[in-house]
Design a protein around this ligand. Structure first.
Ligand SMILES: [Zn+2]
Length: 98
């Protein structure tokens, strides 16, 4: 089935776009033209390519995860900023600026 769906990246809504939606499982696909349009919007808003790999390492007795520069800039995180770390189930951690 074809319908307009709201598309968001990193929790920021980019707008509604025409998509094919599977009646059985709800999975959504965008055609190439729409995908290109979405990617351009992501780039324009500085949201493109913000998901990056990082590794857990040690600092003294604590585990640390480095925040990529692009993510830090996007979120305006600075040294000494306070954050709340909360687990979301067993394979996701949310770091929230306070
Ligand atoms: Zn399906």
């Amino acid at each position: 089935m074809s319908k307009k769906v709201l598309y968001a990246v990193h929790e920021i809504a980019l707008g509604k776009f025409p998509a094919q939606v599977c009646d059985a499982c709800g999975e959504q696909w965008f055609d190439e033209e729409t995908s290109t349009k979405i990617q351009e919007l992501e780039k324009k808003k500085g949201l493109f390519g913000l998901s990056k790999k990082s590794k857990v390492s040690y600092s003294g007795n604590s585990l640390i995860v480095r925040i990529p520069d692009s993510v830090a800039k996007f979120m305006k995180i600075k040294k000494e900023d306070e954050v709340i770390i909360h687990p979301e189930g067993k394979n996701k951690i949310t770091v929230e600026l306070v």
